[in-house]
Design a binder for this molecule. Structure first.
Ligand SMILES: *Cc1c(COP(=O)(O)O)cnc(C)c1O
Length: 452
């Protein structure tokens, strides 16, 4: 196998061991299939194995694939959440291809914190005394709980023990970092007295969590952040709010009126607020905690902060995203642009696409439909984004085939599939992707219709 021309051409000193392993795995697989009585036949057997080995060698080395997101989920965790803007692009290639002042203060030559610029910017933007940047919000919560309740206890309402997509299960994170977890209140009602009782039982951190992706309605009661902050001050116990979605500017969107920005939330007097860099903020994956300098300093002093720190590429992109807010040009943040795109603009882009697809395949039925986009990322319990979908109706399993075809392209196209249609939401498709999306859909519809 290793002497096969195509395979031999892909051998390098570093890959030889791995390629050999792939060959063995494939041969074993075929051996099992034959032993299982499968009728494979000797004819062309070696050729089939060679083909599969070669495909696997290629696939392993291919790396990240570009995707056109036509799902309408703006912060799609499985597709990398927030798309970064043009400035991030430029800065990324500068940072990637050379050395930077990551931990060196150039004027003095002294060693400094790598997140100093991002922390300063986000402090200035939110009015916080100080800030720290770690790998993601899960890490931010872990660091705070370890710092303030590692030997003590964290108190959290039973109504806020959330699970957020991608296996962020708050109870489990708390249990792994805190000396003890004191669950207070009930699923639907928690009162200030419950927090007081928790402090009497030894709570050393009061944690409030944004119930990002669900809502409890009916007979409910929660404690306001201001009330909780007051209690914390009186009893000298730090209070943290895991806000999650990272709204820095009021979103002004119907359906999101209840969502406060970080600066407003800080005015409640809460000691710390944590949120993600790659949700509504629109930057790279990161967990940002803003708040009282005394609290942030204690987290910095925790040895875990070394394990949770972010790399130079992430920091550079985060600085760019925060810089867009600072310069007042948050239109440079693609995620915000997508969330705020007016329905009529989406309708225009959808009509244009539908027009281009009309008559593509005999069996395909192209129509426009009212629908909903989704902010995603587990950031909001409801999806308040009306949209217009381009629906491609195909009979006889055609929708599933079309979506598989679209995923096999480069760039791949991801769309929503319902039983007999594939729908395209232009909200998450950038202007520069429109042509290639149209071409991909045309080719797909023609291929699939042709196969019927
Ligand atoms: C999204 C979210 C998290 C997890 O954030 P990651 O950055 O994905 O780790 C934690 N808490 C809340 C409230 C969230 O909304």
């Amino acid at each position: 196998m290793l002497e096969d021309k195509r395979i031999a051409a892909r051998l390098s000193p570093a890959s030889r061991r791995g390629v050999t392993r792939i060959v063995r795995e494939k041969v074993d697989l075929y051996r099992e299939r034959l032993a299982g009585g499968e009728n494979i036949g000797a004819e062309g057997l070696l050729e089939s194995i060679r083909d599969e080995v070669f495909r696997e060698i290629e696939a392993v080395g291919r790396g990240t694939m570009r995707v056109i997101n036509a799902t309408g989920v703006v912060l799609h965790t499985n597709l990398g959440r927030a798309v970064l803007g043009d400035r991030a692009n430029e800065v990324l290639s500068m940072v990637a291809s050379g050395y930077t002042d990551l931990e060196t203060d150039l004027p003095t030559g002294e060693r400094v914190h790598r997140d100093r610029r991002a922390a300063r910017l986000v402090s200035l933007l939110t009015g916080a005394e100080s800030a720290i940047v770690v790998n993601n919000t899960a890490a931010a919560v872990l660091l705070a709980v370890d710092t303030f309740a590692g030997r003590g206890a964290v108190a959290v309402s039973r109504g806020e023990l959330v699970e957020i997509g991608g296996s962020f299960r708050l109870p489990e994170i708390l249990r792994s970092a805190a000396g003890a977890v004191i669950e207070i209140g009930t699923t639907n009602r928690t009162r200030i007295g419950d927090y007081e009782a928790a402090i009497d039982q030894g709570a050393t951190l009061l944690l409030k969590v944004h119930t990002s992706n669900f809502r409890i309605v009916g007979y409910t009661e929660t404690v306001s952040l201001a009330e909780l902050a007051r209690l914390g001050k009186n009893r000298n116990v730090p209070v943290m709010y895991d806000q999650g979605n990272g709204i820095l500017l009021p979103l002004d969107r119907a359906g999101l009126e209840g969502e406060e920005d970080v600066a407003s939330l800080l005015e409640s007097g809460v000691d710390m607020i944590s949120f993600s860099g790659d949700k509504v903020l629109g930057g790279p994956q990161a967990g940002i905690t803003v708040g009282a300098a005394s609290c942030i300093d204690r987290m910095r002093g925790n040895h875990l902060s070394r394990a949770l720190r972010v790399d130079k590429l992430t920091l550079a992109c985060l600085e760019v995203a925060l810089g867009e807010y600072w310069d007042g040009s948050s239109s440079g943040i693609p995620a915000l642009r997508m969330i705020k795109e007016p329905l009529e603009d989406i309708r225009k882009r959808a009509s244009k696409l539908a027009g281009a697809l009309k008559g593509a395949g005999a069996g395909a039925e192209i129509s426009l439909e009212e629908g909903e986009s989704s902010i995603g990322g587990g950031s909001f319990p409801v999806d308040p984004l009306p949209t217009v979908l381009v629906s491609i109706g195909l009979d006889g399993g055609g929708a599933v085939k079309l979506s598989a075809y679209l995923r096999s392209l480069d760039p791949a196209v991801l769309a929503r599939v319902r039983d007999r249609s594939v729908s395209i939401d232009m909200r998450t498709v950038s202007g520069h992707e429109e042509d290639i999306l149209t071409q991909s859909l045309l080719a797909g519809i023609e291929t699939i219709s042709g196969r019927e």
